[in-house]
Ligand binder design. Structure first.
Ligand SMILES: N[C@@H](CCC(=O)N[C@@H](CS)C(=O)NCC(=O)O)C(=O)O
Length: 210
């Protein structure tokens, strides 16, 4: 199977995780930012992730990909949904985006390897978020919002064992936040991040934090 992704994309991370967690092989194909043609040819719109299945058809929605792959062989996402974790992700999302998007546009990702692609990505994000330098300037206030939420997450993760759909929606957001220098990940959260990185084979972004 082929999985078309951007390396930075949290939705693509969901799809990458399930392959890694199940130790299933997948051919990762990075689509360049600004490449309209490839995704449109595959699924009729410009969006990733896209899974190219062995039967020649495509799935273009991250959680549909996750469910499809989890149904191959024995399921691993067996923990029942945790409403509190779901709410946590929803609530942190707007603040987290404002922190990681201005850093992603400067990041070291394969889909940004040409100046044309980086320009296309910056343009796409500026359309969505406005002036990214202004967002960058709000870093201190945004981090002050995020840090207490991470403390609360540590409590929510206290007794978490096994894997469920919440891990697939939560971990990618934490991965995105790992590009933000000065965010304070409590020990419990940090060990969860590193454990799932190891188990899924998806990197965290601490090495390029800025
Ligand atoms: N609901 C979709 C959302 C996917 C999504 O928004 N992907 C972004 C990349 S992070 C995208 O493709 N944006 C359009 C673009 O590249 O122009 C899913 O979960 O798969």
């Amino acid at each position: 199977m082929k999985l078309y992704i951007y390396e930075h994309c949290p939705f693509c991370t969901r799809a990458r995780m399930i392959f890694g967690l199940k130790s299933l092989p997948v051919d990762l194909q990075v689509i360049m930012e600004g490449d309209f043609e490839t995704p449109t040819r595959l699924i009729g719109k410009k969006a990733v992730p896209i899974l190219g299945k062995d039967d020649g058809t495509y799935i273009g929605e991250s959680l549909d990909i996750v469910r499809y792959v989890d149904d191959i062989g024995a399921k691993i996402l067996v923990m029942p949904p945790d409403e509190a974790l779901g709410t946590w992700v929803q609530e942190i999302w707007p603040t987290a985006l404002k922190l990681f998007i201005p850093r992603f546009v400067e990041g070291d990702f394969a889909e940004l390897a040409t100046s044309q692609a980086r320009k296309a990505y910056r343009h796409r994000e500026e359309q969505a978020f406005g002036d990214l330098d202004l967002l960058r300037g709000a870093t201190t206030a945004l981090i002050a919002e995020v840090n207490p939420r991470l403390e609360a997450l540590a409590t929510l993760l206290e007794d978490r064992k096994g894997l469920g759909i919440n891990d697939i929606t939560l971990w990618p957001v934490l991965r995105c936040l790992s590009i933000v220098r000065d965010v304070n990940f409590p020990n419990k959260v940090s060990s969860y991040m590193h454990r799932l990185s190891q188990e899924s084979g998806v990197d965290l972004l601490f090495a390029q934090s800025r």
